[in-house]
Design a protein. Sequence first.
Length: 302
Amino acid sequence: MLTDTPAAGQAPADDLIKDTTTTAFRQDVMQESMRQPVLVDFWAPWCGPCKQLTPVLEKAVRNAGGKVKLVKMNIDEHPQIAGQLGIQSIPAVIAFQRGQPVDGFMGALPEGQVKGFIERLVGPLGPTQAEDLMAEAEAAAEAGDVDAAAEIYAAVLAQEPGHAGAIAALAGLVLDGGDIERAKAFLDAAPPEAAKSPAIASVRAKIELAEQAASLGDLGALQRQVEADPADHQARFDLALGLNARDRREDAVNHLVEIVRRDRGWNEDAARKQLLQLFEAWGPMDPMTIRGRRKLSSLMFS
């Protein structure tokens, strides 16, 4: 029979989160942090990012299963502690352990980063529901079931509207289907914090590359131009864009590296900049990104 009784050593869910005051701070934070880490969320009613962060914090603390507690302090009503800690911007979260501040961050972080912050204090936590769904969606996409993947990514966004990974993944699926404008609309709708994520930056780079490739003509003609005149850097540059659009990524890298080798400053360093855009689109750990960076570095630092 399932019950709501917490496991041994874990605090009840409704005891994990509370508001505090200046006079109660010693008991709620200093003394309590002798038993387990306590996060103090310094906020104010007028602070928009605070309203974004608080539910994320609360969810992360509940998911930690009693390993950490959350105490919230309204600095408009209780400014003294924040002043003593030198807090000049909110939202600010300070972690206390054994009666001392040990870590902290400022700004409205996404769920994954808040979870990582807590894991620095208490060790690894299990995957969040959103992370489980993301893994399920990625598996569906890899298996070719694009519709199922899109539905799961949408379910993630229903739970976390600002989930950068799900926004980027949905835009990527649409882009792979050839709808550049709809992919751009997905990214444009991302909240400001999510829009800064590497995942979304990667899809934006892919969109720019797709738009560049769409303006090119016959690749055969470009190939013949390069063969006839190896110093025709513009033809070689355009050929590289077209080859990348056809997933011939290594050939694209080789042509751009060849331009850098022949004339590093051509067209205001266009070939090197284009390589960097390719690397951003592919992601930092992609094998072709790693190989391409090595090739570029060998030229730039030779």
